[in-house]
Ligand binder design. Structure first.
Ligand code: PGA
Length: 248
């Protein structure tokens, strides 16, 4: 696993942006796995800037998001479809027909999960998967306890995730209790993974993911078994690491 420690959030976003832009330039029809949350917003702003400058095009890019809340309409301002449109898709030259976010309002959620896996397979698999990390070590909504070979499924959110995400809802009671999420097995199948993390609040989870034993208690630790995984993190998120790592 590669670790790149950046000075601050902006430097982390620029570094991750460079990695994504280089990969898209090398393969215009790249299949991206995308993530929501506060952490990737700076990276998405970088990609928008580069797209507007004519440095990178999303015309042929296809995307699959990691997860979506169960029960929220795509137009709900806390749905992940809404987030992706607002933070990236509406501002770049991507064809929205090539962007997928699980449908958390599907009548048959199990069929939606199976269809999502099939669609990724039909696209040739994910080339580059972006991840954030929860303070409890989750990736996507693959929460602690998730099996290392798990596939896209309906998951129950942990109390810690509900608490972390309640900042975005009117009250904790409004946070959905379930989500559709890619599983660890799905994520590990992508050809390349880039995980971004900033802030002191992520330092414990980052240290467990990089330097702890791989364990279902910290789903991100299973990335140690991935052949091409890179953590791009700021100094605060790196503050509990014991080893020496590349600095950018
Ligand atoms: P955040 O969430 O980027 O909003 O901190 C990351 C996550 O929970 O995966």
């Amino acid at each position: 696993m590669k670790v790149i420690v950046c000075k601050d959030y902006d430097a982390m976003s620029r570094k991750a942006g460079e990695i994504f832009a280089e990969r898209i330039k090398a393969k215009p029809g790249l299949v991206l796995g995308l993530a929501t949350g506060s952490t990737p917003e700076g990276l998405y702003a970088e990609l928008i800037r580069m797209n507007k400058a004519g440095d990178v095009s999303f015309k042929e890019v296809r995307t699959f998001n990691l997860d979506e809340y169960v029960g929220l309409e795509p137009g709900h301002d806390q749905s992940y479809r809404y987030f992706m449109n607002a933070k990236l898709f509406d501002h770049v030259d991507i064809d929205k027909a090539n962007t997928r976010v699980p449908n958390g309002k599907a009548d048959d959620l199990a069929s939606e999960c199976a269809a999502y896996e099939e669609a990724m397979k039909a696209a040739g698999g994910v080339d580059l998967q972006l991840l954030g990390i929860g303070s409890n070590g989750h990736v996507g909504f693959a929460e602690p306890g998730s099996p290392s070979d798990g596939r896209t499924s309906v998951v129950d959110l942990t109390e810690s995730t509900i608490k972390d995400n309640s900042r975005l809802f009117a009250s904790t009671g409004d946070v959905p209790r379930q989500a559709i999420s890619m599983g660890i097995g799905t994520i590990l199948e992508s050809r390349q993974v880039v995980l971004v993390a900033n802030k002191e609040s992520k330092a414990d989870a980052v240290a467990r993911a990089i330097e702890g034993e791989p364990t279902t208690d910290c789903p991100a630790s299973f990335l140690q078994g991935h052949p091409d995984a890179t953590f791009v993190i700021d100094e605060a998120a790196a503050s509990k690491l014991k080893g020496e790592y590349e600095r950018a």
